[in-house]
Design a binder for this molecule. Structure first.
Ligand SMILES: [Zn+2]
Length: 152
């Protein structure tokens, strides 16, 4: 991980991470080219904008979370369907997240990838299509396996 600014860190796999004060945890979004869902990014780590909205569902330290937001010009607009106290509010992405990210690094070290693996982060509009896409991915994989078998 590398700090891009006080608000943003880069993570392996072309992902960017910011601290969410609603969840009291870090969220990651994929930008540019790469596997998994990808968001549009304005390229400004001091005032990042991601499109479309970011929907996070899963379990964090404090229990089940649902966090749905638009990140625009370095501010997080939490939509009304969040299950945390900041639902419906717009706040700055916390600066000085380095200490918290450091804590996160330590927790990952201590707890393995379990915490991050429990999170599902997708653009909201993709969510309904996820099952179909998974099926398509499995089909494609089976096809390539069959091709490999044919070649062998
Ligand atoms: Zn959140």
């Amino acid at each position: 991980m590398a700090a891009l600014s006080k608000k943003l860190r880069s993570v392996d796999g072309g992902r960017l991470m910011f601290w969410c004060p609603g969840c009291d945890g870090a969220h990651q979004v994929g930008v540019g080219d790469g596997p998994g869902p990808r968001w549009g990014y304005n390229g400004n780590p001091d005032a990042p904008t991601f499109t479309p909205s970011i929907l996070v569902e899963g379990s964090m330290r404090k229990g089940p979370i649902r966090c749905h937001s638009f990140v625009t010009d370095g501010r997080i607009q939490f939509l009304a369907d969040c299950n945390h106290a900041l639902a419906g509010q717009t706040v700055d992405i916390p600066e000085g997240g380095g200490v918290m990210f450091g804590l996160l690094d330590w927790m990952k070290f201590a707890a393995g990838a379990a915490m991050g693996a429990a999170l599902i982060v997708v653009p909201a509009y993709v969510k309904g299509k996820a099952a179909g896409r998974e099926q398509a991915a499995v089909s494609a994989l089976e096809t390539s396996v069959k091709i490999l078998r044919t070649k062998a």
